[in-house]
Write a protein that binds this ligand. Structure first.
Ligand code: HEC
Ligand code: HEC
Length: 303
């Protein structure tokens, strides 16, 4: 603050305190029984009684408090107060305290692998906090996903659900591309696929339809989705046989996928999260599909 503004504030603050004292003492004395001469509604008179003593003392106490406060804490322009207190220092001290606590927790978890962390309540509480702050916006607070955003609780994985695979997904991100491959096929081939792919998991599907579909599938789709249609984690090509759909299922959804293609991006988090945070959130995700009751218990405890 410049010298001018500092002086300006000191003058106003000191002036206010002096003004308060003056006002108090100027009004402290009165003459009991004497009227000020002000009369309202014919008979409502204002008496010139002095302030009650206890009341006056209370006011004086507040002035003393104000002076004491200004000596020890910042309030008079650039004068920082004898204690050297600032809000920035106070916040930094709180932050250091939290960081130290967190470091200690991370240190105590350092030796555990992800399946072990998934069963550790402290790790799950940290992981859940990271999840809610960084992942819930896309995958949902309950991690059940939405159209185009995979459900992370169902143990059906595009890129694999082993600890290292989850860490890899979160650290470096993923980019799934399904080309608009159907648009290049003759109409009979499109029909054969649409008569079959949406109903793959249906055991009652007409065998002739299945066979015709399979034939076309082997030609155009198997390189990515696998000959058995169970997907390929190297490409993030979904399993098409389990009736779990990342996008819309049914004939219409599948038609849209193969005619227009699909593209999804899971952003990399290596520049946003520390390796410790990634380990915690990966263990949380791991717990969701590995019977971990840890996350259920954690929901009620504060992170
Ligand atoms: C901007 C949206 C977005 C955010 C934020 C996001 N994700 Fe994702 N995530 C996606 C999408 C989209 C996919 C699917 C990518 C694909 O199909 O290629 C995905 C895929 C994944 C997968 C792979 C699922 C599988 O079946 O293999 C995991 C695990 C995952 N995310 C975890 C996380 C975690 C943990 C976070 C927070 C640290 C997070 N995601 C933040 C959009 C997001
Ligand atoms: C180049 C590899 C590639 C080929 C070839 C390919 N796909 Fe895909 N497919 C993918 C990928 C990767 C995704 C996931 C896209 C995403 O995450 O955005 C996908 C997604 C899909 C989906 C959406 C699944 C869901 O759960 O919603 C369907 C349906 C599908 N493919 C069907 C087919 C069919 C039918 C063919 C053959 C005509 C085919 N794909 C050929 C890579 C491929």
């Amino acid at each position: 603050m410049s010298v001018f503004w500092s002086c300006f504030i000191i003058v106003i603050t000191a002036g206010m305190i002096v003004g308060c004292l003056w006002l108090l003492f100027a009004n402290a004395r009165g003459t009991p029984g004497e009227s000020t001469g002000h009369v309202w509604d014919d008979d409502l008179r204002e008496w010139n009684n002095p302030l009650p003593r206890w009341w006056l003392n209370l006011f004086i106490l507040t002035v003393v408090f104000a002076v004491g406060y200004l000596v020890f804490y910042p309030g008079l322009g650039n004068f920082g107060g004898r204690l050297g207190w600032t809000s920035t220092k106070q916040m930094q001290a709180r932050l250091d305290e939290i960081t130290a606590k967190r470091k200690a927790v991370y240190a105590s978890l350092a030796g555990k692998d992800i399946p072990a962390l998934a069963k550790d309540a402290a790790a799950q509480s940290l992981g859940r906090a990271v999840f809610l702050n960084n992942c819930a916006g896309c995958h949902g607070a309950d991690a059940r996903g939405a159209v185009g955003f995979p459900n992370l609780t169902d143990n059906d994985w595009l890129y694999g659900g082993e600890p290292e695979q989850i860490v890899e997904t979160v650290t470096h991100g993923r980019h799934g591309v399904m080309p608009a491959i159907g648009a290049a096929l003759p109409p009979e081939a499109q029909q054969a696929l649409l008569d079959f792919v949406p109903y793959w998991s249906d055991a009652k599907l007409d065998p002739a339809r299945r066979e015709a579909g399979m034939k076309q599938f082997a030609l155009t789709c198997a390189p990515c989705h696998g000959a058995d249609g169970k997907g390929n984690i190297a490409l993030g090509a979904p399993n098409l046989t389990d009736d779990i759909w990342l996008f819309k299922g049914g004939r219409e959804g599948v038609q849209q996928t193969i005619m227009k293609g699909r593209e999804s991006i899971m952003p990399a988090h290596e520049s946003i999260l520390s390796p410790d945070e990634i380990r915690m959130v990966a263990s949380y995700v791991y717990s969701l599909s590995h019977g971990g009751d840890a996350h259920v218990a954690v929901q009620d405890s504060k992170p």
